[in-house]
Design a protein around this ligand. Structure first.
Ligand SMILES: Nc1ncnc2c1ncn2[C@@H]1O[C@H](COP(=O)(O)OP(=O)(O)OP(=O)(O)O)[C@@H](O)[C@H]1O
Ligand SMILES: [Mg+2]
Length: 292
């Protein structure tokens, strides 16, 4: 049977609701926290002919926080972008191997990448609010999805979850660009959760923030992980140790003979084990600060 003849389990609402990913569906059972939300197998990512990451295989447990750590250039952002098909938007990028999301092939030709990005939201290192009001930023996703009623509630609830409501509720019509960097980042988190995603991908979300704003975002992650699965890239070892349940350590495999650097996954384990008693010497050197 060819790929086009078989009936794929595509990423669409009914399929996801049946899989337990739609909180609006009362019939769906509560997700099992030990289950994997993603399973990646032998994932390689190329930019043109350059292989940026090689043979990445691991599972991402549901309703937990997973940290992706490793030295600069080892492919953490590249790997993270695979999980909501953001690499599709980079012309020269190509992904091989398989990634399944709740049992469905994320890269199947009939999967709609726009729906993928609604279910699997992303927060970037640099806050990127739209040049719109605070309200319109948060309401943006629900509006695109066709929602007209109840937007006030969605905006308020999302801003509350992102620990920003108290600071902005008297100026919702003001431009988001007038907020501080930390507030903008929390606004971007509010915007990401306004569409009720299943997974939140965060690429160094606190790197531009002060310790107070960072602590707020870390608290927020703990609060929302019962509803979401979170993957966070961070260079901050303390942050990874503080917030995450599991950690994946990546490094760059350097081949001097042809001067190539390829990102590889060294090990994945519970955060406690990976930081206290890692299996691989390279991990130990990194987490103890002897390398990177
Ligand atoms: N759009 C792109 N085009 C070409 N090469 C890219 C592109 N994006 C990333 N790369 C290359 O892929 C490799 C991995 O980059 P990536 O940004 O994923 O690393 P990273 O681990 O996130 O690094 P950092 O910690 O500095 O953010 C690097 O060699 C980088 O130069
Ligand atoms: Mg990066």
């Amino acid at each position: 049977m060819s790929m086009t003849e078989e009936a794929p389990r595509v990423i669409e609402r009914p399929t996801l609701a049946a899989a337990g990913g739609d909180s609006a569906s009362a019939a769906s059972p509560a997700p099992q926290s030990a289950q994997a939300v993603f399973e990646s197998r032998d994932v390689n990512v190329y930019y043109g002919s350059f292989r940026a990451v090689r043979d990445v295989t691991f599972d991402v447990p549901r309703n937990q926080i997973m940290a992706l750590i490793g030295p600069s250039g080892c492919g953490k952002s590249t790997v993270l972008r695979c999980y909501n098909r953001m690499n599709d938007l980079i012309k020269e990028a190509r992904v091989t191997g398989t990634i399944s999301y709740r049992g469905a092939d994320l890269y199947h030709e009939r999967v709609d990448p726009v729906e993928v990005r609604r279910r699997i939201g992303m927060v970037f290192q640099k806050p990127n609010p739209f040049p719109k009001s605070i309200y319109d930023n948060v309401a943006y996703g629900p509006r695109v999805a066709g929602q007209k009623k109840g937007l006030d509630d969605v905006v308020e609830n999302s801003l509350r979850k992102a620990a920003l409501w108290e600071e902005v509720n008297d100026r919702l019509k003001d431009s988001a660009l007038g907020l501080s960097g930390g507030q903008q980042q929390r606004l971007c988190i509010a915007r990401a959760i306004a569409v009720d995603p299943d997974v939140l991908l965060m690429d160094e979300p606190c790197s531009a923030l002060d310790p107070i704003a960072t602590a707020r975002i870390e608290d927020l992650m703990q609060e929302i992980k019962q509803d979401y699965t979170i993957m966070i890239v961070t260079h901050n070892m303390q942050q990874a140790a503080r917030v995450s349940d599991t950690t994946a350590f990546f490094t760059a495999d350097v081949r001097s003979e042809n001067d190539t650097r390829t990102g590889i996954l060294v090990e994945v384990d519970t955060t406690q084990k990976l930081f206290s008693n890692p299996s691989d010497e390279r991990t130990e050197n990194y987490v103890t600060g002897r390398f990177g």
